[in-house]
Design a protein around this ligand. Structure first.
Ligand code: PLP
Length: 504
C-alpha cells in the first residue's frame, strides 16, 4: 500500500506527502491537513497485534499511514522505538483498573503529561526529515504555551540537530513547575521567552508569524502545536493499546468506550480516527471544564465562541478548539468548500450553528459532558478516599463524565492526561497529605534557569527568533570576532606593504 496523502480542509493544498505535512504543520490557506483516505484494520489483523509491545503496535498503526516511500520501515521502527524509550513505564501508557473502570495513564513521559506521547515522536520525525534533505536541514519551531505544550515540545526537540526551538509563554501566568520544566533545560537550541501579555497574545504572535511569508520562509518556520498531523497520528496508538488490554482481561467486551478530557480536540480526534479505521470503539466522550464550547456544540449544535474562564484544569482552558476543524470537515462530508464557508462565517461572527441530520450525526459520533471546578474537586476527593488513587484536575473531568453518563464499567477507559504533581495547588485542596512528587519534578526547584523577557510585539519577537536561528552560539561568536579582527589586521598590513612597494 502506498503512503496516505493529505489535503487541506479548505481545499487550497491537495495531495501532499506525510513528510511535507509534518514539516509544514498548518496549510497555507490556514486549513488543517486531513488524510485523503483512511486505512482500515480488520479483526484478524487486530488480533494479530495482541502480543505486540506498545512500540511494535505503534509501528504497525503508523505504518498503515506511512509507507516505505515516506519513511523506510527500519527508520520508522527506530523513530518509534526511541520515542517510546523516553517513557519511564515499560508499557509506555499503562492501563490500571480503578473504581470499576479503567484509567489509561498517559503521563509517564519526560514532562508528566500526555503531550509527550506525540511530541517525542514529532521531534524524532523532524530530525529524520531534516537529516534526509527537508528544508535544507534547518527548522525554527515557534510555539505558544499556557503550560504543558511548551515543556513537552522542548523535551521533544532539545539537542536536535538543525532545530531551533523558541517557546513563548505569558509572563507570570504559567505555574511555577511548568515554567521550571521549560527554563531549566540547558540545551543551546532551546529558548524560553516570557512575553509581557496573555496566552492569547503569545498565540497571536505565533499565528501572525506564520502569516508573514518573508519571515516564515527565511527562518524555515515549523509548528508543534496540536494542529500538526503527526501528533494526532501518534495518539491513535493508545486507543488500540487500550482496546487490546481491556479485551485481554474481558474477552466478552465487544466495544470499548473512551472518556477524554478535552481542550484543543486533538486527543479525542485520534480516538475518532481509530474508530473510523475499524477499531471497536463504543462511545467517545468529549469531557470539558467550564470552557464548554464543545459540550454546547454536541448538545445544541452551537459552536459559539465565548471568553476564556480560568480553571483548575488550565490545559483545557480554550475558547475555540484548534483541531475541531478536522472533525467539522468530516461532518461536512469531506467537502472543502462547505467547510471553508463554515469557517469563514465562524471567523466573522464567532458562531457556527448546525441542526437536523448534521447535529444527529455529530451526536452519534461523540457524547459530551461538562464538569465544573467543584465537581472536579469532588471527584478527586472521592477517588483518593475510596480508591486511594490521585487524579489530576484534567483527568478528573473525564472521570466525572463517565459517572454522569452512567458508563462506569470495565468496558470504559478514562484517559489520564497529566500527573497530579504538576497541579499541586488544586489537588492539595482535597488531598491531604499530598503524595510526595516524583524526584524528576522535585529537583527542578534547585536547577539553574534561563529565560528571556520580551514585550508583546511581533517585530521584536521575530527579530529575536532570527537572532536565535542565524547567530551561532556565543563561544563561536567570540572566535568569529577574533578571526575578523585578525583578517582586518592582515588586510591593513597587506595594503600598507603594497603601498610601500609601489612607492619604491
Ligand atoms: C493538552 C491537554 C489536554 C487537552 O488535550 P487536547 O488534545 O488539546 O484536547 C488535557 N489535559 C492535559 C493535561 C493536557 O496537557
Amino acid at each position: 500500500m502506498p503512503s496516505v496523502t493529505y489535503s487541506s480542509t479548505r481545499g487550497g493544498q491537495t495531495n501532499l506527502a506525510f513528510r511535507d505535512v509534518v514539516m509544514q504543520g498548518l496549510a497555507h490557506d490556514r486549513g488543517l491537513f486531513v488524510p485523503d483516505r483512511l486505512p482500515t484494520v480488520s479483526t484478524t489483523e487486530l488480533e494479530s497485534w495482541r502480543s505486540l509491545s506498545y512500540a511494535e503496535l505503534a509501528v504497525n498503526v503508523i505504518a498503515k499511514f506511512v509507507g516505505d516511500d515516506q519513511v523506510p520501515l527500519p527508520n520508522l521502527r527506530d523513530i518509534v522505538t526511541r520515542s517510546c524509550a523516553a517513557f519511564r513505564d515499560a508499557q509506555v501508557t499503562p492501563l490500571v483498573h480503578v473504581g470499576g473502570h479503567y484509567v489509561l495513564e498517559l503521563f509517564h513521559g519526560p514532562t508528566f503529561a500526555f503531550k509527550d506521547v506525540a511530541l517525542q515522536m514529532l521531534g524524532n520525525f523532524f530530525e529524520y526529515f531534516l537529516s534526509t534533505g527537508s528544508n535544507g536541514g534547518r527548522l525554527a519551531v515557534l510555539g505558544a504555551t499556557s503550560g504543558d505544550t511548551g515543556s513537552a515540545a522542548i523535551a521533544g526537540l532539545r539537542g536536535k540537530k538543525g532545530i531551533t526551538c523558541v517557546i513563548l509563554f505569558p509572563n507570570g501566568r504559567v505555574s511555577a513547575i511548568q515554567e521550571r520544566q521549560m527554563t531549566t533545560v540547558p540545551d543551546e537550541n532551546v529558548h524560553c521567552v516570557a512575553i509581557d501579555g496573555t496566552f492569547d497574545d503569545c498565540q497571536d504572535i505565533v499565528k501572525a508569524s506564520f502569516n508573514t511569508p518573508a519571515f516564515r520562509d527565511k527562518v524555515h518556520l515549523g509548528a508543534v502545536n496540536s494542529i500538526n498531523w503527526c501528533r494526532v497520528l501518534a495518539q491513535t496508538t493508545y486507543y488500540y493499546w487500550s482496546y487490546l488490554r481491556v479485551t485481554d482481561a474481558h474477552k466478552d467486551i465487544p466495544e470499548v468506550h473512551f472518556s477524554v478530557p478535552t481542550g484543543n480536540f486533538g486527543d479525542v480526534l485520534a480516538g475518532y480516527y481509530a474508530k473510523q479505521m475499524g477499531l471497536p470503539v463504543g462511545k467517545l466522550i468529549v469531557a470539558t471544564n467550564e470552557n464548554d464550547i464543545l459540550h454546547r456544540f454536541f448538545t445544541a449544535g452551537e459552536y459559539h465562541r465565548e471568553s476564556i474562564a480560568e480553571t483548575i484544569s488550565p490545559s483545557m482552558d480554550i475558547c475555540v478548539s484548534s483541531n475541531f476543524e478536522r472533525y467539522l470537515f468530516h461532518l461536512a462530508g469531506n467537502d472543502a468548500s462547505m467547510l471553508s464557508a463554515w469557517m469563514q462565517a465562524f471567523e466573522k461572527t464567532g458562531q457556527l450553528t448546525i441542526q437536523g441530520d448534521l447535529l444527529r450525526q455529530a451526536q452519534a459520533d461523540f457524547d459530551s459532558c461538562r464538569g465544573d471546578t467543584s465537581q472536579t474537586l469532588a471527584t478527586i476527593e472521592t477517588y483518593h478516599q475510596k480508591h486511594q488513587y490521585v487524579l489530576c484536575p484534567h483527568s478528573a473531568v473525564g472521570v466525572y463524565a463517565i459517572h454522569q453518563l452512567s458508563l462506569v464499567s470495565s468496558a470504559t477507559v478514562c484517559l489520564a492526561t497529566a500527573h497530579e504533581a504538576k497541579f499541586p495547588a488544586a489537588v492539595a485542596q482535597v488531598v491531604e497529605p499530598m503524595p510526595p512528587p516524583p524526584t524528576e519534578l522535585a529537583v527542578l526547584r534547585d536547577l539553574p534557569t534561563r529565560r528571556v523577557e520580551l514585550p508583546n510585539d511581533l517585530a521584536t519577537v521575530q527579530a529575536f527568533v532570527e537572532e536565535c536561528v542565524f547567530s551561532r552560539p556565543r563561544k563561536w561568536q567570540a572566535v568569529a570576532k577574533h578571526l575578523a579582527a585578525v583578517t582586518v589586521a592582515v588586510g591593513v598590513a597587506a595594503v600598507a606593504l603594497q603601498a610601500m612597494t609601489r612607492r619604491r
